[in-house]
Design a protein around this ligand. Structure first.
Ligand code: ATP
Length: 215
């Protein structure tokens, strides 16, 4: 039986009087790929933020690797993430951004060159990322999630703005990461992409987990 690495127990999140997440209970097991599906505003990103500790649950418990997030520790550890709004430094190049992350995560700076190449970016491109196209920014964000070789990865809408080659790359990346033993949480509005990559899909609606499906 695979080890449980993340659990949400009856998690709710309110913003003033608005219920953004209601009574979410879900379980994430090691080395599986979990798809998160649902319309705009249904709670996918907020669930990711709650797991990472960027948002604090108003009720319930988030446990990552045995640690209660925002109780035992402020943030979850050992999770690499690509969430567009937690961006990078706009006036630095892709390489500079990844080097900073490598330094902060105490991982090797030499992996930066390979990661940039791997996601299809030119590692020596001096362009500031504020001048990047949307797709280039998405690729850099994916590379940023991979810095530090964390065992759990969260990709929030990773295929947004990617061209066809980029979408195929994302499918291959997730399959490769799974083959390397990673646990992956990925959201998307592209149902066929999610079905292709996921072992298990969570369906959200209006801040509730309304259905889950094994693939
Ligand atoms: N800081 C905030 N203040 C107030 N409401 C918020 C805040 N963050 C999220 N919400 C609300 O929480 C709900 C869930 O938002 P979330 O970003 O998780 O949606 P989503 O499923 O990721 O949508 P999308 O597909 O558009 O990315 C929305 O109603 C949103 O307005």
């Amino acid at each position: 039986m695979a080890k449980e690495v993340i659990s949400l127990e009856n998690v709710s999140k309110r913003f003033r009087r608005k219920a953004a997440l209601t009574d979410i209970t879900l379980h994430i097991f090691e080395n599986h790929v979990y798809g998160f599906s649902g319309p705009n505003g249904s709670g996918k990103t907020l669930t990711f933020k709650t797991i990472l500790g960027f948002a604090k649950a108003s009720q319930g418990k988030v446990i990552v690797n045995g640690t209660v997030v925002r109780q035992d520790d402020l943030f979850a550890r050992q999770i690499g993430f690509a969430i567009p709004e937690y961006g990078l430094l706009p006036s630095k190049s892709g390489q500079e951004n990844l080097k900073l992350l490598a330094i902060l995560s105490q991982s090797s700076e030499s992996e930066v060159f390979n990661l940039l190449t791997y996601v299809g970016l030119n590692p020596t491109d001096p362009q500031k990322i504020k001048d990047y196209s949307l797709g280039m920014r998405q690729r850099l964000l994916i590379a940023a999630a991979l810095v530090g070789d964390n065992p759990i990865l969260i990709f929030d809408e990773p295929t947004n703005a990617l061209d066809e080659a980029g979408q195929l790359f994302m499918v291959k990346l997730i399959n490769d990461l799974k083959a390397r033993g990673k646990t992956i949480l990925v959201s998307s509005h592209d149902a066929s992409f999610l079905k292709q990559v996921s072992d298990h899909i969570f369906y959200f609606s209006e801040g509730r987990l309304v259905r889950e499906e094994k693939q």
